[in-house]
Write a protein that binds this ligand. Structure first.
Ligand SMILES: C[S@@+](CC[C@H](N)C(=O)[O-])C[C@H]1O[C@@H](n2cnc3c(N)ncnc32)[C@H](O)[C@@H]1O
Length: 476
């Protein structure tokens, strides 16, 4: 049972732009009662007024400053400052359960845990699981991180391999062997032995993940010449062996430099100790969340974009460090929502007025592949989102707040109002849009796609922060 209390906000407090005044507190174990009473005496409207007023103060999710982006550069991520503002809007008391189903680099988890919330993040990309776990290392472990890194580097010999090492797509065989040997050392010392690559990801502690993050950064730094402007596309050598060569000494120096810089970052943060008991990073598909019904109080997240970004190809280097097989990479690509691949079967369900209108316009477009590739591809995206929002609805408590960050986009001359499209899906689940703030996006995700036309490149997209209240128990 939670030992905290839930603030009750006076009506109209947020209208004048001031921080809402807490006038009373109810014990948290009467939270559901509060909800019930709230509806009968009008508190639901009070809660709504608070949200609508404060949503205006939320900072641009994509504007990052200073250390904000330093943990891991993720083109699809939002800023800790944004999560902090969103949490102010929600007013979740300590100990409450926050979910980020598309957690990416774990920004929501770090900020939520720093505020004493229980946080769960899910993502299908194993690289993001490791990045978000590594992010949870607390300040009290920081002094041991460099000494342990030095130990991991002692007597590093190239790992002998008969089979193809995915790292040799960029590195010479000798260098790939040395890098693999460092990964193996992390596994030997810090990860349960004898596990498959995916099981290692699932069981990895935040300390082991921390060193893997250092490995990711090392290989990314060394392969800059292979990286194109589009972060989801890392070029590989056409033929077999890569060309980058590093001695064991160079690898050690780079690894230690990166560990040092990450340690500085951890020391500058407020997270005291790794809150392993109250933070969960799970490798899971949002269409089938491994979470219990009614188990979370609120959601802050940004869903995959509807711009055919390949989140898996964008992380081939990280996935190669983790030794994820080519076969797993293929099935992961198919399973990602918004993927450009054609893996998942489509169901042809009705997805709301805005989606149906958009899909109809795409299918009617005269350009090559509109009907054969693009329409089914967009349909697959919306079917994935429809199943995922239904799952989110299942795992949150009645009347929970859900914050989504989305960006609009274009296909040819057809505008996709993603905020309206997802609101249709939410409405079909009984959700109510109770607040919205739009920003002119500084970075357009669609522009990362080299196939985006010049005309569409000139249009600055809108990034929307959407705040929903899910249905109260009576309406479910
Ligand atoms: C826009 S990003 C989220 C970024 C995150 N808010 C951050 O700050 O780092 C969307 C995430 O959805 C994940 N994703 C795509 N399809 C998924 C699925 N079916 N299940 C779970 N996660 C998925 C991608 O791996 C990606 O990390």
């Amino acid at each position: 049972m939670l030992s905290h209390s839930l603030p009750i906000i006076t009506p109209g407090d947020s209208d004048d732009g001031t921080v809402p005044k807490v006038v009373d507190r109810l014990p948290s174990d009467s939270r559901s009662t509060h909800r019930r009473i709230g509806i009968s005496v009008g508190c639901a409207e009070v809660r709504l007024a608070r949200s609508v007023g404060l949503i205006d103060r939320v900072r641009d999710p994509k504007q990052t400053g200073g250390r904000d982006r330093a943990w891991y550069r993720y083109y699809a991520g939002y800023s800790p400052a944004f999560v902090s503002d969103a949490l102010d809007v929600l007013g979740l008391p300590e100990g409450y359960a926050l979910l980020d189903p598309w957690m990416g680099a774990g920004t929501t988890l770090e900020v939520g845990a720093g505020r004493g919330l229980r946080v769960t993040g899910t993502d299908l990309n194993p690289a993001m699981i490791v990045i978000s776990k590594g992010r949870m290392v607390g300040r009290n472990s920081s002094s041991s991180l460099e000494p342990l890194a030095r130990e991991l580097l002692i007597d590093l010999k190239p790992a002998s391999r008969r089979t193809f090492d995915p790292l040799s797509q960029w590195f010479t065989n000798g260098t790939a062997g040395r890098l693999r040997s460092l990964c193996n050392r992390i596994d030997e010392v810090l990860v349960t032995p004898g596990l498959s690559a995916m099981q290692r990801v699932d069981s990895m502690s935040s300390i082991a993940a921390f060193y893997y993050v250092a490995m990711f950064m090392l290989v990314k730094d060394c392969t800059r010449t292979f990286q194109s402007k589009n972060p989801t596309w890392t070029k590989r050598r056409e033929l077999g062996a890569g060309q980058i060569s590093l001695t064991a000494k160079e690898i050690s120096r780079l690894f230690l430099n990166i560990v040092e810089s990450l340690v500085r970052l951890i020391e500058a943060r407020s997270l005291e100790s790794a809150p392993e008991h109250s933070v969960d990073s799970l490798r899971a598909d949002t269409r089938t969340l491994p979470l219990e019904d009614n188990s979370h109080d609120a959601v802050i997240t940004s869903p995959p974009y509807c711009t055919r970004l390949d989140y898996i190809v964008g992380h081939l280097l990280e996935l190669s460090c983790l030794n994820i097989s080519a076969e797993s990479i293929r099935s992961l690509r198919d399973a990602m929502i918004g993927t450009p691949t054609m893996g998942m079967k489509i169901e042809s369900q009705t997805l709301g007025e805005n989606v149906d209108r958009f899909l109809h316009a795409v299918a009617s477009h005269p350009s090559y592949a509109s009907v054969g590739y693009y329409e089914p591809n967009f349909r697959r995206y919306f079917e994935g989102m429809s199943h995922s929002l239904a799952e989110i609805d299942r795992v949150v408590k009645p009347g929970a707040s859900v914050v989504l960050v989305v960006q609009d986009s274009r296909y040819k001359d057809i505008h996709l109002d993603l905020a309206a499209a997802l609101t249709d899906i939410g409405t079909s689940l009984g959700w109510r849009l109770s607040g919205r703030k739009d920003f002119r996006a500084v970075r357009s995700i669609a522009h990362l796609n080299p196939k985006t036309s010049e005309a569409n490149r000139a249009i600055k997209p809108t990034e929307s922060v959407l705040l929903y209240e899910t249905a109260d128990s009576g309406h479910r």
